[in-house]
Design a protein around this ligand. Structure first.
Ligand SMILES: [Zn+2]
Length: 444
């Protein structure tokens, strides 16, 4: 006799019931015992069987000219599974079973399948372990659903963007939202470019929220001030890391075995030797497959990159980020969120009259400086404008920024490594100077 209890109290939503087999939910040994219990399920089945926790799939290639043959095998395996379940007291829910045919040819002509004499419904898309598998394996469904899911998570982030700074919004996005894109990206990245662009647009919208920039700002500039990469650049690096794992036996054998047939087993180690050889005259469909793309990603890497010794070194080699100032630099000079937004918009060229005029903003009739009527570019605004009041303002601000830095330094806060005089230090010094120039504009 069993019933659900919450903190020792009987749950009002659950009736007492007899349970003939199973493991207690939430126990430590439960999952292990469950796996031991169902481990012999695939024995004696003719189809390929995949078990993940309590999800079981059976799979069989079928000849479109003779679908009956494969159907018979599938049906007899389903019968065996039903027999197994009655012997061991575990029930499979026929209503939760789905029948999905992967085909290039649209409607499949394969016949009905039954489980315990109940018809298994045919579907064209099925969500398996959080991934939408569709009939044509074009991943349109998965990518569309993924974009929707991320967009829904961005809505609350947008509300927070008025009160939190970039640094915190960035942490929230990278911890809770952007990992959604990473799940199975090696598989879905063979989707049509149109769908993948939909994801890039969602990623761009996130960048606008975090940076505070306006819709229409240059995508690569917005991403670079946040130190973000495009999703496709991220996927490329993740593909290369996966290929590294395959080649260094850091993946389970059932994955590395898939690549064995394509390894270049040439006797002589030459400079141009490719690690993998592909089937000749591969169709575009083959070239888009994850297996092919993994192998070609590995082939395309430089030889010295392929022979890097540790995974962490390899990761830092392929995960190169654009060399830009981090959002934390605005943290250093103590900006408010409003100032930070202004600074970011300045960095992506989207504040001055000339920027807005170039984007056809209404109410901006000319791109010129209000003081001297010359074209108001960033350099005019910072360096060339001869208006005395404007210049004095810039000088005052430079002094005040300097004071902030000196105070921070005295208070023992890190102000970067630029005082040390190394090449790297000079580089960060230059960067900081650029940032200062932008910072001035906040108060202009
Ligand atoms: Zn001027």
């Amino acid at each position: 006799m069993c019933t659900a209890r919450v903190e020792g109290e009987l749950s009002p939503y659950s009736d007492e019931n007899y349970i003939n087999s199973g493991v207690p939910q939430g126990s430590l040994l439960g999952p292990l015992l469950f796996l031991l219990y169902i481990n012999d399920l695939p024995e004696g089945l003719e189809c390929a069987t995949f078990i993940y926790a309590d999800d079981t799939s059976i799979y069989m290639p079928t000849d479109p000219a003779d679908p009956i043959a494969a159907n018979n095998v599938l049906q007899s395996d389903l019968n065996r599974i039903y027999e197994w379940s009655t012997i061991w007291g575990l029930c499979f829910k026929p209503s939760k079973c789905k029948d999905l045919t992967f085909t290039k040819q649209g409607d499949s002509n394969h016949v009905n399948l039954y489980f315990n004499r109940l018809l298994i419904p045919k579907v064209t898309v099925h969500k398996h372990l959080g991934f939408y598998l569709d009939q044509n394996l074009n991943f349109k469904e998965h990518v569309t659903k993924l974009a929707e899911k991320v967009q829904n998570k961005l809505n609350p982030l947008k509300k927070l963007s008025y009160c939190l700074k970039s640094k915190h919004l960035n942490t929230i996005y990278n911890t809770y939202i952007s990992p959604n894109f990473d799940y199975c990206d090696i598989i879905y990245s063979s989707a049509n470019e149109t769908y993948l662009k939909m994801l890039e647009r969602t990623h761009y919208r996130a960048a606008l929220i975090v940076s505070g920039c306006i819709q229409g700002s240059n995508t690569s500039k917005v991403l670079s001030i946040l130190n973000w990469r495009t999703l496709s650049a991220k996927r490329k690096a993740r593909l290369e890391i996966f290929a590294y794992k395959v080649n260094n036996n850091l993946v389970p054998t059932y994955i590395s075995q898939l690549f064995l047939n394509y390894r270049n087993m040439g006797v002589r180690e030459t400079r141009n030797r490719r690690p993998y050889i592909f089937p000749p005259r591969s169709s575009s469909r083959i070239r888009k497959s994850p297996l092919y793309r993994l192998m070609s990603a590995w082939n395309n890497l430089r030889r010295d990159t392929r022979s890097i010794e540790t995974l962490s070194q390899f990761k830092s080699k392929v995960n190169i980020l654009p060399d830009f100032l981090h959002t934390s630099s605005t943290e250093l000079i103590g900006l408010t969120r409003k100032q930070e937004i202004h600074l970011n918009r300045m960095r992506v060229d989207f504040v001055l009259n000339s920027h807005l005029h170039a984007h056809n903003f209404t109410g901006v009739n000319n791109p010129n400086c209000t003081h001297c009527n010359k074209l108001n570019t960033n350099s005019h605004f910072l360096l060339r404008c001869q208006d005395p009041i404007h210049r004095q303002r810039i000088i005052n601000l430079l002094t005040s920024i300097h004071d902030v830095r000196v105070q921070n330094n005295r208070a023992g806060k890190s102000v970067g490594t630029w005082e040390r005089g190394s090449q790297e230090a000079r580089k960060s010094h230059r960067k900081f100077f650029d940032d200062q120039k932008n910072f001035i504009l906040l108060f202009a």
